[in-house]
Design a binder for this molecule. Structure first.
Ligand SMILES: Nc1ncnc2c1ncn2[C@@H]1O[C@H](COP(=O)(O)OP(=O)(O)O)[C@@H](O)[C@H]1O
Ligand SMILES: [Mg+2]
Length: 251
């Protein structure tokens, strides 16, 4: 099952993704891969993980090798595959793949298609793949996404958050990404505003999976550099995310 978490920047994609991960880790024994698809690679910070390399870094090295001819006589595809596997961060309960940033302009169709097939292959080793996407819509226009079973769109109470959600829904149609289900999550939402979110969501043809409140613990944990996975189980944001996970059948 592939779950992608999208939305406007700062709405709480990484936070909600981390709390979904926590709910999955604590309540299932599924094999989980978390892919940090945001070039700014925030997941390791939020989960207190030490990540040595990103996929982007090894892809850059690979491209350089293609350009200077040093890879002329090697099995290129399996070389890149090996390098990408080396970037995979394994923990006892889940693995993390950080996409990072690739440099340079121009068409790297060959590299991109090899990369896509390697990522597909890696994903097949897991029961659940959680994708923490980069902000906004660029990734959808660049068609770097693949089909997903569940697209969770995070919005805050801002008008632009909802507008981004609407555009994401429209764009998935335009770029022909197959999406099993799209659900909206209101993050940093006061309970009184949930009904209003439902009404607004209905206008843009989206269903609401639930809302997550502002949680002081989330703030202090991030400031102190503690992993969100260690958040107390009665912490309000986690309680809500766990409820949402139950409601949508993830746990
Ligand atoms: N439910 C919440 N309660 C308190 N702070 C939150 C909550 N969700 C997100 N934040 C804070 O908002 C900021 C942006 O969240 P983040 O998850 O990094 O957003 P995104 O990944 O969408 O850019 C972070 O500083 C984070 O700590
Ligand atoms: Mg993020």
């Amino acid at each position: 099952m592939i779950i992608s978490v999208s939305g406007k920047g700062g709405t709480g994609k990484t936070t909600v993704t981390s709390l979904i991960l926590k709910a999955l880790v604590e309540n299932t024994d599924k094999a989980i891969l978390l892919i940090d698809a945001d070039p700014s690679t925030n997941v390791p910070l939020v989960l207190g993980l030490n990540l040595e390399k990103t996929v982007g870094e090894v892809v850059n090295k690979f491209r350089k090798g293609l350009e200077d001819g040093s890879l002329a006589y090697v099995a290129k595809d399996s070389l890149l595959e090996g390098w990408i596997y080396e970037t995979l961060k394994e923990t006892t309960r889940f693995d993390v793949l950080a996409m990072g940033r690739t440099e340079g302009e121009g068409c790297y169709c060959y590299v991109n298609s090899v990369l896509a097939s390697i990522i597909d292959k890696i994903e097949k080793n897991y029961d659940i793949v959680l994708l923490d996407m980069e902000a906004g819509l660029e990734h959808l226009s660049r068609r770097t996404d693949h089909d997903v079973d569940l697209l969770l769109v995070i919005t805050d109470t801002s008008k632009t958050g909802l507008e981004t959600a609407r555009r994401i829904k429209e764009l998935t149609k335009e770029v022909h990404i197959k999406v099993g289900k799209i659900l909206l999550i209101g993050n940093k939402f006061p309970p009184e505003v949930e009904d209003m979110l439902k009404r607004e969501a209905e206008k843009i043809g989206l269903k609401v999976a639930g809302i997550v409140p502002v949680d002081e613990n989330v703030m202090t944990y991030l400031m102190e550099g503690k992993s969100l996975l260690d958040l107390p189980s009665d912490s309000p944001a986690f309680v809500s995310v766990k409820e949402i996970c139950k409601r949508i059948g993830l746990i």
